[in-house]
Design a protein around this ligand. Structure first.
Ligand code: GDP
Ligand code: ZN
Length: 459
């Protein structure tokens, strides 16, 4: 497939210092060559080689930046097109200069977000789940989400989906063969087979859907409510977390920053703080949103930060609050430890284990690290750490999995009621097709025919 040439800054996540520009398409090599001076001519170079040299302004021959240029010729590249990557050492300012210069070259334009991945998919380099995982990766808001996205790139989900589809295809083939033998005992065998296989695949889908919940938490951030009486330091805490823990922002053009700003990354855990859109304008979000809304938020929160003022005695409503929160995921923050202590910590310990209680001074900036540690512990010690990393973290996948599951349930019900088998076959096939949509496999008709042909020949 011939496509125009796109370029963008694509600095890998988690790698500071150097910045990389990726160029892909028909004119990738000649356009870079025009602005790059090195010992070997790029167009004569072997694929998968790295070249040291300078980016120069072609008209004036002025040196812009010292760079390393990597050449990956089609089809052995991520997009399966000619790809050139320019690594700049001079940080973001000079990388922008290089990109600008490149975009002035004929036939080169700025890539849209995810466009390299789209090309990789269109050119058959990766399947749909992998493509979507890369897009998630671009948007990944935490280290953890990054790893999940990465695993998916490696094709974990596709592999499992393919296995499930194989079970269904095999089942359909068996059923098809048995339809040709309308004797009673064969029919009974077929019903038993349908029951067994549909239940098996259904259970696997359920398992994937459970992990989807966790995937959702990772993608969207853990809903975190900060609660406590007036004046204990809630707003100060909110500001502290928002300031000190900027969400990871990639340098991919078009990444919407306003969305990311709703998130803070605390010790590798993405938190979605309440209504953070207003953090900068107002000093007090928690009071501002009103009692009713904070109650709902509290009910829905995945994590609660209860702030108490350690320099005052506990109030009755605070004790009531602790009772109410004892069985929720709560971290108790004893703030204002720079002032003399008047709060009886033993009462707090009666409700919460000590690893959930953190002493802080937001004014003197003390104890923030312990708070971060407590947050990351509460997160990573949960189920998330022990279960494998095949999270389904994509809304489209979740919905297709649910549809596949529903078709299997229909098949099972029809099977119970001894509906004619070719009717049941329709539901099984629908499930197979929904799963196929997840991995972008639309060969449907031909593949299934092929398998049937093979099977029938073999009998
Ligand atoms: P909120 O009403 O719970 O949101 O509390 P604020 O964050 O608005 O803080 C109330 C007051 O307590 C402000 O004057 C803060 O400067 C002060 N404050 C917050 N944290 C600390 C602390 O650690 N030590 C002391 N001494 N004062 C604090
Ligand atoms: Zn306040």
């Amino acid at each position: 497939m011939l496509m125009d040439t796109i370029a963008a800054i694509s600095t890998p996540l988690g790698e500071g210092g150097i910045a990389v520009i990726r160029v892909s398409g028909l004119d990738a090599v000649p356009s870079v060559e025009r602005i790059f001076r090195s010992k070997t001519k790029l167009s004569n170079a072997e694929t998968h080689t790295v070249h040291y040299g300078y980016i120069v302004e072609p008209a004036s021959a002025e040196r812009i930046e010292e760079v390393l240029v990597t050449l990956m010729k089609a089809p052995r590249s991520f997009t399966m097109e000619n790809v050139v990557e320019i690594s700049c050492h001079g940080g973001i300012v000079s990388v922008k200069k290089v990109l600008d210069l490149l975009l002035q070259q004929p036939g080169v334009r700025l890539a849209e977000p995810g466009e390299f991945t789209k090309r990789a998919f269109l050119n058959g380099r990766i399947d749909l789940t992998q493509a979507e995982a890369v897009i998630d990766l671009i948007r990944a808001k935490s280290d953890r989400a990054f790893k999940v996205a990465l695993k998916q790139v490696e094709g974990n989900l596709s592999k499992q989906i393919k296995q499930l589809r194989y079970v269904l295809v095999e089942l359909m083939a068996h059923v098809e063969v048995n339809i040709d033998y309308p004797e009673h005992d064969v029919e009974e065998m077929t019903n038993a087979l349908i029951k067994g296989k549909c239940e098996q695949v259904g259970a696997e889908i359920d398992r994937l859907l459970i992990t989807a919940e966790q995937g959702k938490i990772l993608r969207e951030g853990i809903e975190t409510a900060i609660v406590g009486r007036p004046n204990v330091g809630k707003s100060s805490l909110l500001n502290e977390l928002a300031q000190e823990n900027r969400a990871i922002v990639t340098d991919i053009p078009g990444t919407t920053r306003d969305v990311i700003e709703e998130f803070v990354n605390v010790g590798g855990v993405p938190l979605k703080l309440l209504d953070t859109a207003g953090i900068r304008e107002t000093t007090d979000i928690v009071e501002q949103i009103g009692v009713e809304r904070s109650k709902t938020a509290l009910a829905e929160a995945d994590l609660i930060l209860l702030v108490l003022n350690r320099s005052e005695e506990l109030q009755l409503d605070e004790i009531a609050m602790m009772k109410q929160l004892a069985d929720r995921q709560t971290i108790v923050i004893l703030n204002k430890i720079d002032l003399p202590q008047r709060l009886d910590v033993d009462i707090v310990r009666g409700y919460f284990p000590k690893e959930r209680i953190v002493e802080l001074s937001l004014i003197e900036n003390k104890g923030i690290e312990q708070l971060e540690k407590a947050i990351s512990n509460i997160f990573f010690e949960g189920k998330l750490e022990s279960s494998d990393l095949t999270y389904v973290s994509n809304i489209r996948h979740i919905s297709l999995l649910k549809q596949a599951k529903r078709s299997l349930t229909d098949a099972l019900e029809a099977n119970e009621q001894y509906v004619p088998i070719d009717m049941i076959q329709i539901d099984i096939r629908a499930a197979w097709e929904y799963l196929g949509e997840i991995i972008g496999d639309s060969v449907g008709e031909s593949l299934i025919d092929q398998i049937f042909t093979q099977f029938c020949l073999g009998k």
